[in-house]
Ligand binder design. Structure first.
Ligand SMILES: NC(=O)c1ccc[n+]([C@@H]2O[C@H](COP(=O)([O-])OP(=O)(O)OC[C@H]3O[C@@H](n4cnc5c(N)ncnc54)[C@H](OP(=O)(O)O)[C@@H]3O)[C@@H](O)[C@H]2O)c1
Length: 351
């Protein structure tokens, strides 16, 4: 790479259906220079997250991504130049720098930023290494996806002994942590996944009590077998038609958290959703869940997660692609359900 140039990935066009690598383009920008209070950060690992597809469709609360924009998102990197007194070259940070080889970000959020603005601000946060855990975990189990799982279970679904907890995308970044937390809270855990390989990983590596393959014709029968007394706690990241059959297996008084809409993210047009009549019949409580409301729990979660990892009670998996140019293809695999674990792109340095 030319040392004066900054390689970035930008949106080339808005996809009609699931994103594909050709919807993105590699662009070369001049090297950015930090101003007063700012840092130049060299990117090591980029986070790929499904909400980005919703933002590409202009339907996400984090803001719309326009054609020509460099893709936004979190990364782990190292400070190369600092013009902020609290940072020095070599500091490891997590920041919202986007799909760039190098980024300039602030050393602290503007005093006026609060709520969602503060969470989304391009600000560097120093991270401390956790023994035997790669720094990239700050984009997954120790970052936003892990926090999503923790806040979901602690504040929304509250599964306990005697409960059955069904987790969609159970081998993904959020779902893998969610299932393990629910098990530690005493629940019987059932994974709802897209392939037999994922079902095996959910049972044998992540410790789910049972797994159902959503793409198989008898998925609802598998579910009834895995949840004989019904589903007490459900976390779903897809609001497609299949939810109707799942709502029909809710236990009375179930709690349901709607965390995402994968089919919607993969469509330029809004899709019809399931009937909510089953929710009424089962007296279920349904919550819309947004992780941005729960950042106050982040330090508590990181502390707990680090101790669970040290004790072998919390496992995580990463899907790593190598090189910035692979980011579009890796993101396409994520949105097709072809990844397992936290989807990452590793640039030219280990982290
Ligand atoms: N509400 C919030 O605050 C919040 C925060 C973070 C993440 N989320 C949501 O949580 C979900 C999981 O996020 P993640 O980062 O951990 O991603 P992920 O689970 O690693 O990847 C997404 C997974 O969704 C599953 N999926 C279900 N229906 C799908 C469909 N129609 N098409 C493609 N894939 C489908 C696939 O797993 P299977 O093949 O196993 O089904 C796929 O691997 C996403 O929907 C995300 O938007 C919400």
């Amino acid at each position: 790479m030319n040392a004066d140039q900054n390689l970035c990935v930008a949106l080339a066009r808005r996809p009609e259906q699931t994103v594909s690598a050709s919807d993105f383009m590699l662009v070369s920008h001049p090297m950015p220079q930090p101003g007063p209070g700012q840092l130049l950060v060299r990117s090591h690992v980029l986070s790929l997250d499904p909400y980005m597809a919703s933002a590409i469709q202009g339907r996400h609360m984090s803001g719309a991504i326009a054609v020509g924009d460099v893709m936004p998102g979190e990364l782990v990197g190292t400070v190369a130049l600092s013009r902020h007194p609290d940072f020095a070259p070599g500091d490891l940070v997590v920041t919202r720098g986007g799909w760039r080889s190098w980024c300039v970000v602030d050393g602290q959020a503007p005093a006026s930023a609060n709520g969602l603005d503060a969470i989304l601000a391009p600000v560097a946060l120093k991270i401390s290494p956790v023994a035997n855990v790669p720094a990239s975990a700050y984009l997954g189990v120790l970052g936003m996806p892990g926090l999503t799982a923790y806040a979901l279970m602690l504040r929304c679904l509250r599964p306990g002994p005697g409960d059955t907890c069904l987790v969609f995308a159970a081998t993904g970044a959020v779902g893998s942590a969610a299932g393990q937390i629910a098990r530690h809270m005493g629940a019987h855990t059932v994974a709802y996944v897209g392939s037999r390989e994922k079902a095996r990983h959910a049972r044998e590596v992540l410790g789910f009590d049972a797994a159902v393959v959503r793409t198989e014709p008898d998925a609802l029968a598998q579910l009834a077998h895995a949840c004989p007394a019904g589903i007490d706690a459900l976390v779903t990241n897809d609001c497609g038609a299949e939810l109707g059959g799942i709502f029909g297996q809710l236990a009375r008084g179930a709690r349901v958290a709607l965390t995402g809409a994968m089919s919607q993210y993969n469509s330029a047009q809004p899709l019809p959703g399931p009937s909510l009549g089953q929710i009424i019949a089962r007296r279920a409580s349904v919550s819309g869940f947004v992780v941005f409301d729960h950042y106050d729990l982040m330090q508590r979660w990181r502390h707990l997660a680090a101790s669970w990892m040290a004790d072998g009670k919390l496992r995580f998996h990463e899907d790593r692609s190598a090189g910035l140019a692979q980011a579009p293809a890796a993101f396409t695999r994520l949105m097709r359900g072809e990844t397992m674990g936290k989807a990452l792109v590793v640039l030219d340095q280990p982290a």
